[in-house]
Design a protein around this ligand. Sequence first.
Ligand code: CTP
Length: 406
Amino acid sequence: MLKGKKILIGVCGSIAAYKTATLIRLLVKQQAEVQVIITDAAADFISPLTLATLSKKPVLKHYTANSETGEWNNHVALGLWADLMLIAPATAHTLAKMASGLCDNLLMAAYLSARCPVAVAPAMDLDMWHHPATQRNISRLQADGCYVIPPGEGELASGLSGKGRMAEPEQIAQWLSLFFTASNWLKGKNVLLTAGPTIEPIDPVRYITNHSTGKMGYALAQAFADAGASVRLISGPVSLQLLHPLVQITPVHTARQMHQAVMERLSQADIIVHCAAVADYAPAQIAPQKIKKQEERLTLDLVKNPDIAAEAGQRLQWHQVHAGFALETDHEEANAHQKMLRKNFDLIVLNSLNQKGAGFGHDTNRVTLLFRDGKREDLPLLPKNEVARIIVQHLTQLLQTKSHVV
Ligand code: CTP
């Protein structure tokens, strides 16, 4: 996938720089051409000799290559040469400089000159990552068109544990392969997708939720991105990870948060898919303290949550494609059909809990696709990513049909 791709890698001063050595090895093994630029601080963490040996090219550090002969490292040429520039690890300091356009070393000059796509793989301690200034810089870089390969969670060099570790070399290499292989069916199109369960707090320690694991929604996000779409995934709490250059995840907990996140982005979407298992009701009041077990019976007062799909269906514009899921236990097709009309879907994916290997938590699914025009398609038991690919194909066709009807 990476054969012949020219990748300019910037390395900054973080302990995660040791992982970049492995990353370079993986890329060179896949026959990518790698040119490394390091900062002064990076050279304290990893030897330029190591990186030069692995990348098979001298490592660049300063503007001048040889001050006696006046030989210099042309940052403009580097930016033009690369198919992609990746800064890994990207420290909080370098992210801040990038966000404000500062140019105090060769790496920053190459960044500001680069005409190719730029990705950053941040690495820092958890409090630095969560600091509003860092998050502001990340948002600004995303608005400037930079891709962010999110850091993972785990043990950090400080001894603390949390989010901030640079993504693993294998994950970054896979991210790069996906970046270069995304097909073009849905290039330039925006997909808005919900996934996972919602959780509705009862008190500070308890909540109401359901069995959704988010597997189907995440498989759809991957399939849309593989088809070249920019995907905004509004995800309830799940234990899945998805690192794809075209997928941006907005994590939410409650149905109300999911509703707000969807409504804010609805008008910009070309395709909207509701895959989340949204809780229909939430406690009317969240107890401020843990509820003590005093009474023999306890009644929870629940209020209806907004129906996100139904509201999106009401606000739908003529060119937008709208799809949802239905999980039914009885009168499956009739119920799903009614839901399709009520929520103004072009397509509804009917999941049956009565089928072996289908439903919550499985890697496979067996679904029936019901279309607004009365067509139907029964799919056999398939891996969820294959089901996702077929759904994406149908939605792409629906989008094409709508855009031809003016
Ligand atoms: N949905 C939604 N917001 C809700 C409830 C459901 O967006 N508050 C979406 C789901 O993501 C799914 C579709 O609507 O795409 C159908 O969800 P489902 O739970 O099957 O239907 P409900 O409308 O909740 O109806 P019921 O629970 O009575 O079957």
